[in-house]
Design a protein around this ligand. Structure first.
Ligand SMILES: Nc1nc2c(ncn2[C@@H]2O[C@H](COP(=O)(O)OP(=O)(O)OP(=O)(O)O)[C@@H](O)[C@H]2O)c(=O)[nH]1
Ligand SMILES: [Mg+2]
Length: 274
């Protein structure tokens, strides 16, 4: 896809060419909440990629009919879905990549607040720090888990993060330095720890956070999801500690890329169709 075909010029300094920004939305059975999310995507976003992560409820059809490019990742896993979205962008990468969830929890109208400092070149990574709009938007397990994880990061890497929320914007070049590999719930913590190791410029910006608008929770409201997410986050922190500062460059793990490339070559990816 050519440059001029998909970037959006609104909301930026007309003297400068606006950055191309792609939004990746991992979605697993979110057909009910997805239309509300897609309708609120701000004009700065030039390309919306919904990664249909093994859904059985017509998520892909809903995404395509609401104007998103659909990438298919049949194997479940939050990180897997994000990696598949990035793989689909790699041929003609944008300058900036944003991530939000598909369940309606993120406040899309706040996304421009995260885009602005990255687009202006002031930071490499902007993270949304979730401020619950209603108390129930963040469960006790989530609050406790994030307090523990951010406490450990502070202990080991001397940086005080306030959250590990899903909404974030990162410069593509910075993302390449992180070599993201996590295939599950460790995605956000891996990105944040590796961003510290690579000395990226990071900002956290308060954003409202809602309860999911429809559909079923897969992580925080289920016992198995909470246990798996919590243990994965701790595992990633431990692994990053042991790995020290060694890191190759590139986007994603080479193994993962090979797999994703093969899937693409077999025509498993669909663009704008189901
Ligand atoms: N858990 C999970 N989520 C996935 C997967 N693939 C994509 N997702 C999306 O990742 C987002 C986060 O999952 P949620 O089920 O909302 O988890 P949560 O935010 O802890 O739970 P809620 O409090 O109910 O919102 C949603 O947009 C999912 O659709 C996957 O394999 N597992
Ligand atoms: Mg959610």
């Amino acid at each position: 896809m050519g440059h001029e075909e998909w970037y959006s010029a609104e909301a930026f300094d007309p003297m400068k060419s606006p950055p191309r920004i792609a939004l990746i939305i991992p979605a697993r059975n979110e057909a009910l909440s997805l239309p509300g999310v897609l309708e609120k995507v701000p004009p700065e976003i030039g390309l919306i990629v919904v990664v249909d992560n093994g859904s059985t409820d017509g998520t892909a059809r809903v995404a395509a009919s609401n104007g998103a490019r659909v990438v298919t990742e049949p194997v479940a896993g939050y990180g897997r879905a994000c990696l598949a979205g990035l793989a689909a962008l790699a041929d003609d990468p944008p300058e900036l990549v944003a991530f939000v969830d598909a369940d309606g929890s993120d406040e899309l109208s706040s996304l421009p607040l995260l885009i602005a400092p990255v687009a202006a070149g002031e930071v490499d990574l902007a993270l949304g720090r979730r401020i619950p709009a209603v108390r129930s938007a963040l469960s006790f397990q989530q609050r406790f888990g994030h307090l523990l994880a951010t406490g450990l990061i502070r202990l080991f890497w001397k940086h005080r993060f306030r959250d590990l929320g899903p909404m974030r914007v990162i410069r593509w070049e910075a993302l390449e330095k992180l070599v993201m590999t996590d295939q599950a719930f460790g995605w956000t913590v891996e990105m944040q720890v590796r961003a510290l190791k690579q000395e990226l410029r990071i900002v956290e910006i308060d954003v409202p956070y809602h309860a999911r608008t429809a559909g079923r929770s897969k992580i925080s409201r289920t016992i198995s999801g909470t246990v798996r997410a919590g243990s994965t986050i701790l595992w990633v922190i431990g692994r990053e500690l042991v790995a020290g500062s060694k890191q190759k460059s590139g986007v994603g793990s080479p193994a993962e890329w090979a797999r994703v490339d093969a899937a693409g070559a077999e025509g498993k990816y669909t663009e704008g169709e189901v």
